[in-house]
Write a protein of this length. Structure first.
Length: 103
């Protein structure tokens, strides 16, 4: 299940519990995407890409990359995907030795 905040009346916000599809996430405003990542995202790993750090999160339904500019100290882009190919840039960061410690 995914949770997100929505304006109810005035400045009040209500936490909604609902299944969130990849499409629903992609069409959300930036601020709501940030809420989903903050409250539902599970941080997995990060990688460097030029002057950016790319943080990878997982929700129950899809993966989210947050492209953060270390130079400008702000999020430049949020990319969501559910295709395994999107994980390829992270493969060199995964150590099988680390996985063996979990067994």
């Amino acid at each position: 299940m995914a949770y997100f905040f929505e304006k109810v009346s005035g400045n009040a916000e209500k936490l909604f519990d609902m299944a969130l599809s990849l499409y629903d996430f992609r069409v959300m405003p930036f601020e709501k995407k940030c809420d989903v990542i903050t409250f539902q995202g599970n941080y997995l790993i990060h990688r460097n890409l030029g002057e950016c750090k790319v943080f990878l999160y997982h929700t129950n339904e899809f993966f989210v990359e947050v492209f953060f500019s270390t130079t400008h100290q702000k999020v430049l882009m949020i990319n969501a995907f559910d295709n395994v190919m999107g994980l390829y840039p992270y493969l060199d960061k995964i150590s099988l030795a680390d996985l063996a410690d979990c067994i």
